[in-house]
Ligand binder design. Structure first.
Ligand SMILES: [Zn+2]
Length: 208
């Protein structure tokens, strides 16, 4: 609870407004962030907690496709840079989630950056929306990590799950088992697995 400082909330709100402006700190978007609240696309039978939390903003301009050829030439993998500057409480968890995904994938490498990055994490109190992910193309998007949700569910699973949305363009599948990362909060708070299953790994790699 001590994480919920007013300063941090204010910073997060500012950051949300700047999302569509590609991290320009000076930008004060005149329109409300379209991703702050998400439509009720979930079936009634799906658990309310932890969803719907995924929005593929393919028609927006959150990012551009990576220069895949040059990345491959340098690293042998597509490198995706992530920025955790606006999620300082979750820095180590984000690093752990990145490590899990890195060891799970053959074609993608997540690397931390202090630059704008391809993937940007934010923390805050996001209310009913909870933790969410928005992406315009695989590997390019923003992730909100919600304090209340990570106090109830495994925070590492939450972070790994939201990361999976962005890097894998993976949809939610709340009815899945705990062994499926994209089942999210479906299996309940007792499910702490942060690992993508074989299908999720394969589908994520297939994007690159
Ligand atoms: Zn989700």
């Amino acid at each position: 609870m001590s994480k919920r400082s007013h300063t941090r909330i204010a910073l997060t709100a500012t950051s949300l407004l700047a999302v569509s402006a590609l991290m320009s700190p000076a930008a004060t978007a005149s329109s409300a962030p379209s991703g702050a609240h998400f439509g009720g696309t979930a079936a009634a039978s799906q658990p309310k907690a932890w969803g719907p939390d995924a929005v593929n903003t393919a028609s927006s301009r959150e990012g551009t496709a990576p220069a895949k050829a040059s990345y491959f030439a340098s690293y042998g993998k597509v490198v995706l840079y992530y920025n955790d500057a606006n999620a300082p409480s979750y820095r180590s968890l984000i690093a752990s989630a990145a490590s899990i995904w890195n060891s799970s994938l053959t074609r993608v490498q997540l690397v931390r950056t202090t630059g704008s990055g391809d993937i940007r994490y934010y923390e805050g109190n996001f209310g009913d929306a909870g933790s969410t992910a928005r992406w315009s193309s695989p590997g390019h998007g923003t992730i909100n990590i919600d304090y209340a949700q990570t106090n109830t569910y495994s925070p590492l699973r939450v972070v790994a799950h939201e990361t999976g949305h962005v890097i894998g363009s993976l949809p939610d599948h709340y009815s899945g088992p705990c062994s499926e990362l994209m089942s999210g909060g479906g299996p309940g708070p007792g499910c702490t697995s942060p690992y993508p299953n074989a299908s999720e790994r394969q589908r994520t790699d297939a994007n690159y």
